[in-house]
Design a binder for this molecule. Structure first.
Ligand SMILES: *[C@@H]1O[C@H](CO)[C@@H](O)[C@H](O)[C@H]1NC(C)=O
Ligand SMILES: *[C@@H]1O[C@H](CO)[C@@H](O)[C@H](O)[C@H]1NC(C)=O
Length: 285
């Protein structure tokens, strides 16, 4: 009898653990705009946000965070969607002029691979775009997009592959995101800057992006005052294995950059002279 009781306990623990990775949208997020353009499926385990000529839509985390490994599964609109931006990002949305932001932005596609752009804003300074054509079609299936953010580095992951690293090099005067940030996702009309000169094809509307994975591995921080607790090394994403990339991940990053990145702010003249980190060749290492 004792044994059976123990087994029952064990089973409960396993079930709870799997549920933690599969929580409903409402537990950590809420819709911020375009309510009528949001659909919830599978008891909130999957959310669809769509854009048509009336509205786009967006959602946001209930909490603010100061460190974490933020991951979500995305599938972007599976049709000619040049000019339709699907975004997943961390943002300081307080509008106080010291803006921090970490972005994944899909710029849509039309007869060519969909572009994935990443950007990093720190203390109001952005202009750090990098652009990729991925090694798979992001409109065909769900893939995991992740942002690791601790005191030492920010790493953008596509599935398990790091595609971008920003080191904390504040010691040489390059600002590093330090605000508490919310997680946001949205779909919106980016014709003009995202469509590469092509007109948005409204005959294709609505454009729908799908999201899964509403569990958050992040350290909640109410305001900037109690951030220190989020730098504690007992939080797994702050552990020293996450202070830099191991050799295999480093190689994966270099390969991805060489094969799939087609635009890098550090390669342009403005980028090179406007950003101190572009003058340090150890920035990505
Ligand atoms: C939006 O699209 C619908 C369907 O094509 C069309 O009937 C409507 O006139 C459009 N509205 C605007 C404001 O363009
Ligand atoms: C960046 O690194 C410095 C140490 O060089 C540290 O004191 C600071 O807290 C870090 N900044 C953030 C926002 O993590």
């Amino acid at each position: 009898m004792e044994k059976r009781f123990f087994f029952a306990l064990l089973l409960t623990a396993v079930v709870n653990a799997s549920r933690a990775n599969d929580v409903s949208f409402d537990q950590n997020y809420h819709i911020t705009w375009g309510n009528s353009h949001v659909t919830s499926l599978n008891e909130g385990r999957e959310i669809h946000i769509s854009m048509d000529n009336v509205s786009g839509a967006g959602f946001q985390s209930n909490a603010r965070y100061a460190s974490g490994f933020f991951q979500m599964k995305l599938k972007i609109p599976n049709k000619d969607s040049a000019g339709v931006v699907t975004a997943f990002y961390l943002i300081d949305n307080k509008g106080e002029g010291d803006h921090d932001e970490l972005d994944f932005e899909f710029l849509g596609s039309k007869g060519q691979p969909c572009t994935l752009q990443t950007n990093v804003f720190a203390n109001d300074k952005g202009g750090r775009e990098q652009r990729y054509h991925l090694w798979f079609d992001p409109t065909a299936d769900f893939h995991t997009y992740g942002i690791l953010w601790n005191q030492h580095q920010i790493v953008f992951y596509v599935d398990n592959t790091p595609i971008r690293v920003s080191k904390n090099i504040s010691n040489i005067g390059v600002n590093y995101p330090s605000q508490t940030l919310v997680i946001q996702a949205s779909i919106w009309d980016g014709e003009g800057w995202a469509s590469n000169g092509r007109k948005l094809d409204w005959s294709q509307q609505p454009f729908t992006a799908s999201f899964q994975g509403f569990n958050v591995d992040g350290c909640q921080s109410l305001e900037n005052s109690n951030k220190e607790q989020c730098y504690d090394s007992s939080l797994w994403w702050n552990g020293n294995t996450y202070w830099g990339l191991d050799p295999a991940k480093q190689k994966a990053l270099e390969d991805a950059r060489a094969e799939y990145m087609f635009e890098d702010y550090c390669s342009s003249k403005e980028g090179k002279y406007g950003h101190k980190e572009c003058q340090i060749n150890t920035f990505f290492y």
